[in-house]
Ligand binder design. Structure first.
Ligand SMILES: NC(=O)c1ccc[n+]([C@@H]2O[C@H](COP(=O)([O-])OP(=O)(O)OC[C@H]3O[C@@H](n4cnc5c(N)ncnc54)[C@H](OP(=O)(O)O)[C@@H]3O)[C@@H](O)[C@H]2O)c1
Length: 373
């Protein structure tokens, strides 16, 4: 089997000679304790690809995702993960193609999304830890396997409909609306009957994108505008649902605008991630939860894994129906993974931050050179 995997083809040359078996990997070199992530927190190393053991599969990485939670992997672990040790490969999800397999559930040529890590090749045993899902859909680019048709999109869909229980007619507010999770929420909300959706984002370009491309009725630029004042103007009767990705002062201000029985989905609180966890932002307007009989509910998307197929079907259906435009911010090359993570904290990303690791990523699906049948 290992000899076979040395004959790894590429789309440009399906019968290419033995593929180089080195693997470039980003490893942890320092911890961003009490500060933003820096490029020097990571080291790019080259290591051999180990031989496959029984039950394992080898995946070639096509795309990698950048997600705010990765900073927590570097520090105290988080999201059910142990803290990374120095020299360990950075964790993260990606889309890949199986190039060799000693696991009966995966065959060369299968496209998967799962925990591939920041590296060009990944060896996994296909166990639940790796959360490897096969990608069967052909309606959208493979990159969507870590975006709108992956865990990011499932977070948008399930967070809005299952956690916040959005109802037809609801007025919806979304923070970090131009990011990976936020960028599909207005379109889902409209599809399920929301009467008005307002997004908060940083900068005029992102605000334009929200309204012109992503289905938002209005946008608030949190860098230039007074949130309380703008919410009063754009949602004069208040809000029924808030999908909150930001926390802190943004959430606090939104509490002043709740309608009776409002529901808040606590998805993330990126404005607080760089602060002191022992001294979190103290909500001052919390009494409005009482006054409006409102509910605030947090969720962790990996606890909703049984609902992923439902979310994927619904999101793919919306794309097929032309009802869901997705926004991806694609950087080229594995070298740019640290930059991709840093961009989430500076707000540079427009849409889901993705890195294309293999320049030919999309053409693998057309050629699918490993499939003989
Ligand atoms: N609950 C779950 O299971 C789950 C799953 C996935 C993600 N999440 C959470 O969902 C949120 C969005 O994740 P994502 O991957 O889609 O990232 P993202 O929204 O694509 O990127 C993060 C965005 O947050 C905004 N931001 C950064 N620092 C900020 C600050 N100090 N104050 C206000 N806004 C700030 C920036 O947008 P602007 O430039 O527009 O400000 C930035 O583009 C994060 O909080 C993440 O932790 C939760």
């Amino acid at each position: 089997m290992w000899e076979d995997s040395a004959q790894m083809p590429s789309p440009s040359n399906p019968s290419s000679p033995p593929y180089p078996l080195h693997n470039r990997q980003w490893t942890l070199a320092d911890r961003a304790v009490g500060r933003a992530v820096r490029e020097s927190d990571f080291a790019l190393v080259t290591r051999p690809v180990p031989p496959l053991r029984e039950g394992e599969l080898l995946t070639r990485t096509l795309y990698l995702s950048a997600a705010p939670v990765m900073r927590r992997y570097m520090l105290q672990g988080g999201a059910g993960e142990k803290p990374l040790q120095f020299g360990e490969v950075m964790r993260g999800r990606g889309v890949g193609v199986v190039v060799a397999s000693r696991n009966p559930r995966f065959a060369p040529g299968d496209f998967v999304q799962g925990k591939l890590g920041w590296q060009e090749f990944s060896v996994s045993d296909g166990s639940p830890y790796f959360m490897m899902y096969k990608i069967a859909q052909r309606i959208a680019p493979l990159s969507t396997g870590i975006g709108v048709l992956g865990v990011t999109g499932f977070t948008s869909y399930l967070g809005l409909l299952d956690v916040a229980q959005m109802q037809p007619g609801d007025r919806v507010l979304v923070s970090a609306a131009a990011g990976g999770v936020g960028s599909s929420i207005a379109q889902i909300a409209k599809r399920y009957g929301a009467s008005r959706v307002v997004g908060i984002a940083g900068g005029p370009e992102k605000c334009r994108m929200l309204v012109e491309r992503l289905g938002y009725d209005a946008a608030i630029d949190h860098r230039a505008e007074d949130l309380h004042e703008r919410l009063g103007a754009l949602l004069p009767d208040g809000l029924d649902v808030m999908f909150d990705n930001v926390g802190g002062a943004t959430l606090d201000t939104a509490l002043l605008h709740l309608r009776p029985d409002a529901r808040i989905a606590l998805c993330g609180r990126i404005s607080e991630y760089l602060g002191d966890e022992e001294q979190p932002y103290a909500l001052r307007n919390y009494q409005w939860l009482h006054k409006r009989y409102a509910t605030m509910r947090s969720f962790f998307i990996y606890r909703m894994e049984e609902d992923f197929p439902r979310a994927e079907r619904a999101m793919a259906g919306m794309i097929a129906a032309g009802a869901l435009t997705f926004a991806e911010d694609v950087l080229e090359g594995l070298e740019r993974m640290p930059e991709a993570l840093i961009r989430l904290y500076s707000g540079a990303n427009h849409g889901k931050q993705v890195v294309r690791v293999d320049p030919q990523a999309e053409s693998y699906r057309d050629l699918n050179p490993w499939r003989s049948a």
